[in-house]
Structure formats: C-alpha cells, structure tokens
Ligand binder design. Sequence first.
Ligand SMILES: C[S@@+](CC[C@H](N)C(=O)[O-])C[C@H]1O[C@@H](n2cnc3c(N)ncnc32)[C@H](O)[C@@H]1O
Length: 480
Amino acid sequence: MGVTASQPIYAVEDIPGKGRGLIATKDIAKGTRIISEKPIVSISQSGGNIEQLQLSMHQQVNSLREADKQEFLSMMNICPYNNSTEEWFGIVRTNALPMGPDLDAGGVFLHACRINHACDNNATNFWNENINQLTIHAIRDIRKGEEITISYLSSLRNRQARQEELLKNFKFTCSCRLCSLPPDQSRDRDAKLDRIHEIDGIIEQGGIEALVSAPRRMLGYVDEQIQLWSDMSPNEVGLGRAYPDAFQIAIANGDFARARIFAEKVVDLYLTTLGKDSPDVAQYKELFRDPTTHNYYGISMKWKTTVEDIPIEFDSQIFEGWLWKRRKPVTEGQLADFRDRETFPSFGGLPDQSGCESDYFDCGDIATRRPMHHWCFLAEVQDVFGFSPLHVVVKDVNGVVLPLLVHTSCPGEQISPSKIQKGYTLAILYAVRRISLFRKPFIHLEKPKMVKVGSSRREMSPSLTKTCRSFLYHLTDCKL
Ligand SMILES: C[S@@+](CC[C@H](N)C(=O)[O-])C[C@H]1O[C@@H](n2cnc3c(N)ncnc32)[C@H](O)[C@@H]1O
C-alpha cells in the first residue's frame, strides 16, 4: 500500500460526454499512488479581494512555460467570461483542487485536474503537507481501461443532493453507477446515506461535551455509520472520517485499549488513501504507539483501560461487540451483572440533572425524557441521620463514602425508618445525581417506589435480599 507508480499508469483521453479524463493503462492496485503533483497555479482565500486574486493568477499564468500555459488554456471552463482575466479565472474556478495547510487554497494541477467525477469514485485526492504536493491514490483496484475518478463532493449525500451540488458547482449531471441505480435500490442507498449524514450532524453538534457526557451513545452512532458503509460498499473516505471520531470518543474517556485499536484502523485507512509519507499517517502512528499523547486524553477517565484490556482470544463478533460496547441481548429472567458499571454506576457515574445529552436518557429535556436502559445505584448504608428526607452516609460501588440525601416528590410516601439500618444495601432505580455548591450531594426521586433496601451486611451485596433480587430481575425484564 502507498506504492508510487514508477511510470505513468494512465493516459489522458477523450471521454464521451465529459470532455477529457484519465484512463488506467495498467491494472492499478488499491493503495497505489497514481499521481503526486505540484500546482502550476494556486490562489488562496486569504490572498485578498477578487481583484488581487485575479492579478496574482494573471502573473502566475503569464510566467508559465509555454507548453504548460497552453495546457492550462486548454482546460475546461464552465464560467461565462468577457475577457482573458475572467476566462483564466473561470479555468481556475472549474479545475482547482483543495491544497495548502488548512486546505484554504485551490491549485490547478496539469494531470490531477483532468480527472472526472464519479460518486462511486475509485481514487481520491489529498494535499500532502509533508511533500507539498497533491496526491491521488487508488481506493479500489482499478482495471486497465477503466476511467480513474475522484469525488468533487464535500460528502457523499443522497442522489438528489449530489446531483444538485454537482449541477450548481460544476454544471453537469452525473450518470455514474450510483446515480444510475434503479429507483428502489437508489432509495435504499439514499436512506442509508441520509442516516450517515444525520449522524455526522449529531456528532458535530454534540462536540467534545457529548463525547464525555454520552460516550456510549456517540460510539454507537459511529458503529452504526460503519455498519451502514459496510452494507453499501466499503468507502475508504467515509471510514476515514468515522474511525478518527471513534478514536476521540475512546481517548476522551481514558479508554487506552479501544483508542489504540481505532488509531490502528485509521493508520491502515490513511496508508491507502494518503500514503505512508502523509503527516496524518505519522500522527496516527504516534497515537497508536501512545494514545495518551492526544490532547483529549484525560478529559474524563470514565472508561479507563490499559493496553492489557485489549481482548485477544475473542472471536470477531465478540471482539466487535467489545470494541463498540454493544449491549448484549438479555434473556428473560437473566440477572443483571454486578460488575457492569453502566447498570450499577458509582455515584460519580450517575447521570446528572443537567439538560445535556447523556447515555441514560433519550433526550435532554428533563420534563419529557425517558430512560434508555435500566440502571440502579447500589450503596451500602454506613450511617443514618434522618428520614424526611432520607439522610444517610453510604459507600458506593467504587468504595467511595459520601453523605447522601434522597428526596422524593411524594411526602406521603417516604421510606419507613424501620427499613433502613447501618449495613443495609440501598438500591435506587434510575437514580439521578445532583450536586449543589452549598448542599450535600443528593439524589432526587420522582417515585419513592424506586428505592429498595436490602438487609445484607456484606460489603457490596452479591447476596442481596429477596426484595433486591426481584428488583434486579426487574432491571433486565421490564419494558421501558
Ligand atoms: C476538473 S474538470 C475535469 C476534466 C475535464 N473533463 C476536462 O476535459 O478537462 C471538471 C469538469 O469536467 C466535467 N466533468 C467532470 N466529471 C464529469 C462527469 N462525471 N460527467 C460529466 N462531466 C464531467 C464537467 O464539465 C466539470 O465541470
């Protein structure tokens, strides 16, 4: 992978209905670098107003070697013009590919700009900052005689959105394999692409905050995106966006093990699409070696793991389940697992009252939100100070001792004093943590029935009382 072709492996030819284009003159293996090229003309968005950009372009074109100038002038122009400056500007506008450190510049490349668009492109373009050149890599095996194509789109959307973007920006109607699918197949694909796009929006909107407040949900979204891509056809560029998201979710929560695996996947993908001399490959190789060097590391340590936590003997389905933290299907009557900190969170792991998205509720609105799964705060009672509201000192599942108030909205249904004693186990279903600056941490409950107390005197109750046991069955059996 990342191989550079030693001789040209393509020829520029006339392509019916598209002007000119690039045709493979040999079989090209996936990952091959087809082109590596410097621009002959470039303009940057930060290079001033339109007159200044036109002047710069004029000077660059006029200083080209005659052969290059003729080649530039033979390039396609989809913009109307009244004079040579406007004509040349139109050529740049039609052909420029993104380049520069922040991709805020556009460059005209003699070879790469002859490549036509396809929504199911077999090659991809990237600006490589290390070698200061634009690269084109094969993202699929390309057969001799096949046209080499890239994507002109900002992202792969549904057919209508793609057609609109291409017509608006490049003045053509795409008739690639994807755009020519029969309506039913196209509808099915479009629904998947719409969902991928929707998830992109959710992840972008959620920002760093959601990576920490709802990491499991966010990881689930990326998992869904990757499954959608695999259902269609593997899309190196789409996956190249999804895996870095998964990496960030893992490392923002201290999950070294998963972060390392995601970093490795990014390296594999980038080797194919960008090549081994790309700065992005170097960056993710370093993150694979030590994920903790990422600046998100340590924002939360909720999922703290080490490299030893990477499972080695699982079959691939179990491994994928572990990697994406997929919820295991529960069978009726199955007891909840005490070691599962999502089902039995510590006090610090409970959802808080803030309106933000969390892994626990279906939406951020306190009035209407519903639990997305079952969870239970378990704690051993260390001391009892009062009953209205319940005021106790407890030790949570992490062994943290803390004073705790349990408020309920129904004063008539307070927990009976006789039910709570030192050494008993307190179990609160769907507990929500509240912390205020001047008060003790507390848990507010809408329904006192959500509190159960067991008389186990053992540390953290593998032998809960019958009440608690049925309560735990309840955790896995009841429908939300
Ligand atoms: C950067 S140029 C590509 C090279 C160009 N075909 C040439 O002859 O120099 C972009 C223009 O090529 C044409 N083009 C690219 N992909 C196409 C496609 N799939 N179908 C039809 N025209 C296409 C459009 O006119 C578009 O504005």
